[in-house]
Design a binder for this molecule. Structure first.
Ligand code: DIG
Ligand code: MN
Ligand code: MN
Length: 383
């Protein structure tokens, strides 16, 4: 196996990932800021299918209209030259000091209005570059103290903004869907819509829920102490898994956005297996960045590593699904399964009258240790 990516894998990176200059709260940038065209060519070199961007990753917030047009023209030319696409775009509603108290949920109505304007312009830019999906990550939509606003007011403002922007997309006739990206905290002390579950519930309250899905991120669900696969599977089952941010994370830490699979290999394996088993057809975005220790070659190593690990685990998943001992064990474990239970008066009466040997139920060995060790053996390359 060569683990060489193809466009069919739909691996994407944001400009902000391979373009991350390595600044952190305790240190200055360690890498130059590369222009979007350079980054597009870097992503083509490592085998990406596409490149995503925040409005200001591409067009500086203070660019003149003429500068904007030139930048967009050069970016689209680089896409054409490399064959890359731009499937997703988003708005930076978190860097500028104007958003220090949030954007859509800020207490200042002028800030909320500016955020809507910036989002509409970002949507226009994304559509102009070919995006079919627009992500909202509310990095500043939160608090350090709940003295400042009732959380219900925050949710109402968030809902108004998403409803307004859905209406804008419909009015413009754009073929664009939205995906909300949850995160529990950082940069705000606590962020609204903290997990996949919060977002799935929130979507049901919108005017156009059919236009809105979820963009789970591995690091963010992990920061919340949750099983990433369970959230992703619930989003999928709800028909709301429109996109996914792949990276890795050590629990209990700030958002590390590590190279995919570099921290929790078994959890990453089961996530890849799920995405491949269900035939997830969305872009697989690596929303991650290289260690601060790296130079440009190291950034390429990082990007190649994200891709390589995904492809290795995709092959491991194929082998897990074909492994006779693993599949025999699964068949044994699930032998008694009689399919869905559907209520009827007769069924309920019979079930209430049934005798169960509770001791025997508790005594049965389930061989999960053997099944998990076979998985570990497979991941460690000894089967
Ligand atoms: C961080 O996880 C966020 C931002 O990078 C961006 O808005 C979003 C898009 O994937 N992820
Ligand atoms: Mn993150
Ligand atoms: Mn993300």
């Amino acid at each position: 196996m060569t683990y060489t990516p193809t466009p069919a894998d739909k691996f994407t990176f944001g400009l902000w990932t391979v373009g991350n200059p390595g600044r952190d709260p305790f240190g200055e940038p360690v890498r130059p800021r590369y222009d979007p065209v350079t980054l597009v060519h870097l992503l083509a070199e490592v085998g990406a299918y596409g490149v995503n961007f925040h409005d200001n990753d591409l067009v500086p917030i203070d660019a003149t209209p003429a500068e904007r047009d030139r930048i967009v023209r050069d970016f689209k030319a680089a896409l054409t030259a490399t064959g890359l696409v731009a499937p997703m775009a988003t708005t930076n509603l978190f860097s500028d000091p104007a958003f220090k108290d949030g954007a859509f949920t800020a207490n200042d109505p002028q800030v909320r209005a500016y955020a809507l304007q910036k989002a509409m312009r970002g949507i226009d830019l994304g559509v102009e570059c070919g995006a079919g999906l627009y992500i909202f990550w509310g990095g500043r939509e939160g608090t350090e103290t709940d003295a400042v606003r009732d959380p219900r007011e925050a949710l109402k403002r968030y809902r108004e903004a998403i409803n307004y922007l859905c209406a804008y997309v419909k009015d413009q006739g754009y073929s664009l869907r939205f995906a909300l990206e949850p995160k529990p905290n950082e940069p705000r002390g606590d962020i609204y819509l903290a997990t996949v579950g919060h977002v799935l519930a929130f979507i049901t309250t919108l005017d156009y829920p059919e236009m809105v899905g979820v963009n789970p991120e591995v690091a963010h669900e992990t920061m919340a102490g949750l099983n990433v696969l369970h959230g992703v599977a619930q989003a999928w089952e709800a028909g709301k898994l429109l996109h996914i941010d792949l990276n890795d994370q050590v629990i209990g830490r700030y958002d590390q956005d590590f190279r995919f699979g570099s921290a929790n290999l078994k959890a990453t394996f089961f996530l890849v297996k799920f995405l491949e088993d269900v035939g997830f057809d969305g872009p697989r975005q690596f929303d991650a960045h290289a260690y601060r220790t790296e130079d440009l070659e190291g950034v390429k190593d990082f990007a190649r590593g994200c891709i390589r690990t995904y492809l290795i685990l995709k092959e491991k998943a194929r082998r897990w699904n074909a492994d006779p001992e693993i599949q025999a064990l699964l068949a044994e474990i699930n032998a008694g399964d009689q399919g869905p239970v559907v209520y009827s008066r007769e069924h309920a009466d019979a079930l209430k009258a049934r005798e169960f040997d509770r001791a025997a139920l508790g005594a049965r060995g389930l061989a999960y240790e053997r099944l998990d060790q076979l998985t570990i053996d497979l991941l460690l390359g000894v089967r």
